[in-house]
Each structure stands twice: as C-alpha cells, then as structure tokens.
Design a protein around this ligand. Structure first.
Ligand SMILES: [Zn+2]
Length: 151
C-alpha cells in the first residue's frame, strides 16, 4: 500500500495546522483566473468550524483533508500543495509555530490553469505544453485579446 500518505497530527493545534496548510496551498484557479475577484482571506472563526469535518476548500484554497482525527490522509493535499503535509507537521513539531519556508507560488498558466507556468505567451504566464501547443503570439492575441500592458 502507498506508505507515507497518512500523517500523524496527534497533539497539534488544528487551527495552526490548517493555517499552515492554507498558507502552503494556492488559491483555486477561479480566483487567479477571474481578474478583479479577490481571493478570500484567512478566517479564524470559520477555521474552528471546518476542522470538525472533511475540508474540501477553505477560504478559496484546496485543503482536501480531514483534520478531525489524530491522523490525516494527505494524498490529495500533497498533490496541490507547495509543501507536503508531513513536512508541515514535522516543522510544527520542531519549532512550535515555525512554518517551513514556502517555495514561491508558481503563477498559474493563463491558458490551461495549471500551476506549472515557466514562460510567457502573448504577455501572459504560460506552461511549456501550452507554449508548444499554441506558441504563436499573433494567434493568441486574436483569441484572447491583447496582452495585459500599461498602455
Ligand atoms: Zn498551460
């Protein structure tokens, strides 16, 4: 069986843990994609409620874990997070509230909404596969409009 996808969280402050998971997670594509829709902020009061059951999204970010017991299946969280749950928990146990250093969030690919963008296409963040699939600024400008610019 897949070992390492269950993380023991016995004794940890679950609100602190959820906060750390939330910080490591990225806002759902909807908020990044829809310009002018602000991603929700952290909410302590909501956090107290949601830790009692399975959390799909919390304040706009994927959590996909159930923190109500002493162990957590971290498979779905780890898939989307910048830091795996085991590392967050290890870091909390060592340093109290000290959180692991987060790798910078990757900008979302404007075209397919994955989080792997490493290049730009028509002035917008793009992933390698979108770049090679539609790597033509003129065509992209016709389909998606002019790139975002100051002028
Ligand atoms: Zn893409």
């Amino acid at each position: 069986m897949a070992a390492g996808s269950t993380v023991d969280i016995t004794g940890l402050d679950k609100i602190e843990l959820l906060r750390a998971m939330w910080e490591a997670s990225q806002p759902a594509a909807f908020f990044t994609f829809a310009h002018g829709v602000p991603a929700p902020a952290w909410d302590d009061k909501e956090a107290e409620e949601v830790i009692k059951r399975y959390i799909d999204y919390f304040q706009g970010r994927p959590i996909k874990a159930n923190l109500s017991a002493d162990s957590v299946d971290s498979y779905l969280f780890d898939r989307d997070s910048r830091v795996p749950l085991a590392q967050i928990v290890a870091s909390m146990r060592e340093g109290g509230k000290q959180l692991p250093v987060m790798p910078p969030a990757t900008p979302m690919c404007f075209y397919c909404q994955c989080y792997q963008s490493s290049t730009t296409l028509n002035g917008r963040p793009a992933c390698e596969s979108c770049n090679s699939m539609f790597g033509n600024d003129a065509v992209m400008a016709q389909v998606f409009g002019a790139p975002v610019s100051e002028s």
